[in-house]
Design a binder for this molecule. Structure first.
Ligand code: NI
Length: 176
């Protein structure tokens, strides 16, 4: 396993459309090792999600996982599609491993239904809510060259990390 280098804001790879993964490649040793490396890199940071373009490989693959009360299981999504968005919108603080030291409020649908392949190449179809739904949408944005900054509607909430801890950590909408 290896810790991969994370592409940071300004790196053009973060602005590209990621290519589909050929399902026949999913079970190869190389791809399985790459998925393990993505998890290791995510946990090392630490983060709760990491998209393949963030390690300069522009393919439609994301990993995520978060322990704790509002957590969700370790998940691999390959060639994911959101096939349903719930009608309710929720506001959450988001940050990104490619955007050092900043947090900002983003409003997104509270429920999504996702179809994707898992790390064995099997089809998944599930609904996610809460932090899981936020993370899925954030990570899938990376596959179309979007960052949470692009999704912010009120840039006045943009906050540096120390100030987030000082003033906003206990904000009721603070999910991350
Ligand atoms: Ni991100």
């Amino acid at each position: 396993m290896a810790i991969l280098t994370i592409a940071k804001l300004g790196n053009p790879v973060l602005r590209q459309m990621a290519a589909k993964v050929d399902p026949r490649d999913i079970r190869t040793k190389e791809m399985q090792r790459f998925i393990d490396d993505l998890f290791e890199t995510m946990l090392d940071e630490p983060g709760i999600g990491l998209a393949s373009p963030q390690v300069s490989r522009s393919i439609q693959l994301v990993v995520m996982g978060c322990e704790g009360d509002d957590g969700f299981p370790q998940t691999v999504l390959i060639n994911p599609k959101i096939v349903f968005y719930g009608p309710q919108q929720v506001e959450n603080w988001e940050g990104c491993l490619s955007v050092d030291g900043l947090r900002g409020k983003v409003t997104r649908p509270s429920v999504v239904r996702v179809q994707a392949l898992d790390r064995d190449g099997k089809s998944m179809d599930f609904e996610a809510t809460g932090l899981y739904a936020v993370c899925i949408q954030h990570e899938m944005d990376h596959l179309i060259g979007k960052l949470f900054l692009d999704r912010m509607t009120d840039m006045s909430t943009l906050t540096q990390l120390a100030e987030f801890d000082q003033y906003w950590r206990h904000d009721p909408v603070s999910a991350i």
